[in-house]
Write a protein that binds this ligand. Sequence first.
Ligand code: AMP
Length: 207
Amino acid sequence: MSSLRVLPLGPPGAGKGTQSRRIAEAYDINHISTGDMLRANKDMETDHGTPGEYMDAGELVPDPVMKAVVEEALSDLDGYVLDGYPRTLEQAEHLESVTDLDAIIYLTVDREELIRRLSGRRVDPETGQNYHVEFDMPDDPAVRERLVQRTDDEPDRVETRLEEYATKTRPVIEHYTDHEAFVEIDGNQSPDEVWEDIDAVLRDVGE
Ligand code: AMP
């Protein structure tokens, strides 16, 4: 297990989840995904209602809930890739108070491409594996049959998520641009090409 701390940033649909899984595997670090953690705890009662109420609407879960979730997840961890946090300036300040970062990787993707990726995404409810109706369908007909669309990938929710990103998360990117560990990578490329760019950056950081 390495002690590398990696923060992927970018809009919904940029490929943070896909790339985070590869980073975690290649660099032997933990993959912390706030989206996955929240999906597993959608009905958890908090002072602000349940996470599911916000997620199904495509809105951000309130900061106090997120801070508690992330603080708990990061406690006692050595290396990690933190996928999905921070999404507000308040969360960014919180993260800075609890940890340092070795690499901040900002994936840029055009708006039409984001919409195409999110609206075509399908999930296998049994394995959690993501597919895409246009360019990545499973070979197994049984798996094809059981694929579902995430509620928040439906068109009006996609619109809301991109708006939430533009108003609340864009300032987080601005906040990190001057950080010495910040790098920007073209996320419009294929997953393998994006991975090559990320791997080159992280190999450098590790040296
Ligand atoms: P994701 O799987 O990363 O797209 O996250 C799915 C949903 O979980 C988001 O649309 C939000 O509703 C919620 N969520 C995940 N991470 C955060 C966060 N850092 N702050 C607020 N809400 C979050």
